[in-house]
Design a binder for this molecule. Structure first.
Ligand SMILES: Cc1ncc(COP(=O)(O)O)c(C=O)c1O
Length: 394
């Protein structure tokens, strides 16, 4: 077989999906993360972005980013380990540590590289990793890259996790890894139970708080604030690509672990530093989160508004306290049809099918932003109701 036959075969699959209106990937939106976006000149209401707090065009964030761009240029043009660390990177690491209640933190160039590089540096071939079955692909890759033995426990199933922990030799070093908020279903990990099991069985805990940061907890500091467990978890990671509205990621821990990661994590060492203006963007977002709590309140009001309406209309929702609202469809064909009909009507949502969720558990992932107005939400909800009725989903 020619090496590139797989590309040709794949192309025919894409053509098939496109002719059946089932291809919702690699579209072009200008801009991409605002309440109203345009695609090929047509306007859409955006219910598919992770810009939960809507800070992507906040005046203070734009101003801080612009200033850093003018003072530091477009990039640092080297690895963080060599000449690619600026005072903005260091300031951000200290600020993130304070925000997350850890001693120190390390900033990576993407969230994916954060999880992959943290897990693969911390664990080795004699160790054991326990990972939730719905953990993000970046965690899965980290586990794959690490030579540690992996055990996958059923989603948020603490009984299953305990069974696995109990059946492993006590002298082995162990780490439990979980998303804080699961990206597709919006469920929140049971961190108190995980922490209790970890203490009982002598395991470390790593939480990927990509979707919890800015969203959960009274101040929006994330899943650990929500559970009052700040400073009590070994490794707290996250990304800048959701509420912090740019690109990059971080791991918070004690100073020794952070220094170890900076000098041992291959996805930190062998890649270029994130541009300094990215650090300025995140610093400004963290200040806005701390100083303008009304934005988080607005996000919560918007989330409640959408959830209540969708339930009233008869949609079946997975229970969630986050702005990720999953409408359970459990049928790939219907999920795609709903996404297509909504797009035609001017609303963007994400259809989610296997392998992002288990087979047969397809869903429509609605994600809410604080910056969406009640009028925009009402218009989108009316359209969802009409499409849901037409496709006999409600
Ligand atoms: C839970 C989770 N972890 C990690 C990542 C990777 O982050 P990034 O997109 O910033 O590389 C994502 C986002 O895609 C995510 O949802």
């Amino acid at each position: 077989m020619n090496l590139f036959d797989r590309c040709r075969d794949f192309q025919s699959k894409i053509e098939y999906l496109k002719t059946h209106n089932q291809f919702f990937y690699l579209r072009e939106f200008d801009p991409a993360a605002t309440p109203v976006v345009t695609q090929k000149g047509k306007e859409y209401i955006m219910l598919g972005s992770n810009n939960y707090l809507g800070l992507v065009d906040h005046p203070k964030v734009i101003e801080a980013t612009r200033k850093a761009l003018e003072n530091f240029g477009t990039g640092a043009c080297s690895s963080r380990v060599l000449t690619g660390t600026t005072s903005l990177h260091t300031k951000l690491e200290k600020r993130l540590a304070r925000f997350k209640g850890t001693q120190d933190s390390v900033v990576f160039s993407t969230g994916f590289m954060t999880m992959m590089g943290t897990i693969s540096a911390i664990t080795g071939e004699d160790d054991l990793i326990f990972s939730d079955e719905l953990n993000h692909a970046s965690i899965v890759e980290g586990c794959r890259l690490s030579k540690a033995k992996k055990q996958i426990y059923r989603h948020n199933d603490m009984g299953h996790l305990e069974e696995q922990l109990a059946s492993t030799p006590s002298e082995k070093s162990k780490m439990i890894v979980t998303d804080g908020v699961f990206s597709m279903k919006g469920t929140v990990a049971n961190i108190p139970a995980i922490k209790e099991l970890a203490d009982r069985y002598g395991a470390a805990v790593m939480v990927d708080d990509a979707h919890g940061t800015g969203v959960l907890g009274e101040k929006g500091h994330g899943t650990l604030e929500h559970y009052d467990l700040e400073g009590k978890i070994d490794l707290v990671c996250g990304t800048f690509s959701k509420s912090l509205c740019t690109i990059g990621g971080f791991t918070g821990s004690n100073s020794e672990v952070v220094t170890f990661l900076k000098l041992n994590s291959r996805s930190f060492i062998f890649t270029a530093s994130p541009p300094p203006f990215v650090a300025a963007t995140v610093l400004a977002c963290l200040d806005v989160i701390d100083n303008e709590p009304e934005i988080l309140r607005r996000l919560r009001d918007n989330t409640e508004f959408v959830k209540t309406k969708l339930k009233d209309y008869g949609f079946v929702l997975e229970d969630t306290i986050t702005p990720i609202i999953p409408i359970m469809i459990n049928d790939d064909e219907k999920t795609f049809r709903m996404a297509g009909a909504l797009e035609e009507a001017g609303v963007i949502i994400n259809p989610v099918v296997y392998p992002a969720v288990p087979p047969g558990a397809s869903l429509i992932r609605v994600s809410v932003m604080a910056s969406l107005s009640t009028e925009q939400l009402s218009e989108a909800l009316d359209k969802m109701k009409a499409v849901g009725k037409k496709l006999q989903i409600i």
